[in-house]
Design a protein around this ligand. Structure first.
Ligand SMILES: [Mg+2]
Ligand SMILES: [Zn+2]
Length: 191
């Protein structure tokens, strides 16, 4: 028999875990948002799987290749690991319907708010979605599409989100650190 699935928090990368730099393709440009490593550690300690899901339309737009995305992701994973925080996996969608690179210019079900990356994680990692954290409408909508609470963080593009997105979010947090505190608190009140 298979072990029962672990609860997973799906976290956006740019603007949520690391500073939003606009189509980051250089691993040396990875700058962890203050408190993010400790926040992931708290989720680890609570038994959550932490899975990054990131739209990387820069590939479809011809700005960089998938190899650059993988290098940046590897850098993120190792910086968190050095700080003692485990990111279980990082998924990305390189597609974008209006992209200029033909093979990537598709309307992909993996592109957030589509649930494709989460479904892949569910299949590969024996997890069940519990929360979503991110700085954009597509992150909040991903939570809605999955039927799990979505936290909007005000780092990255968070402050630029229209009122409808703020209203749609289950919680609005200053950053990932306070997002995680809210998640852990909401578990306590459930018990
Ligand atoms: Mg983002
Ligand atoms: Zn895709």
């Amino acid at each position: 028999m298979e072990d029962s699935p672990r609860k997973a928090v799906f976290v956006d990368r740019d603007g949520t875990l690391i500073v939003e730099k606009g189509f980051l393709s250089d691993p040396d440009g990875v700058e962890v948002i203050p408190g993010a490593i400790e926040a992931v550690k708290k989720l680890n300690d609570e038994g959550f799987a932490v899975i990054v899901v990131s739209n990387q339309s820069g590939v479809a737009r011809g700005y960089f290749g998938e190899d650059a995305v993988v290098k940046v992701n590897d850098r993120v994973k190792s910086l968190f690991a050095e700080g003692g925080a485990k990111i279980d996996a990082l998924y990305y969608c390189p597609h974008y319907a209006n992209g200029s690179v033909e093979e990537y210019a598709i309307d992909c079900p993996c592109r957030k708010p589509g649930t494709g990356m989460v479904e892949k994680a569910v299949r590969e990692l024996n997890v069940v979605p519990a929360f979503v954290i991110g700085d954009r409408k597509s992150d909040v909508e991903l939570g809605k599409n999955l039927g799990v609470p979505a936290v909007l963080v005000l780092s990255g593009y968070g402050r630029e989100q229209p009122d409808e997105v703020v209203k749609m979010a289950d919680f609005v947090a200053e950053d990932i650190s306070s997002a995680v505190d809210w998640i852990l608190n909401s578990l306590k009140t459930e018990r």
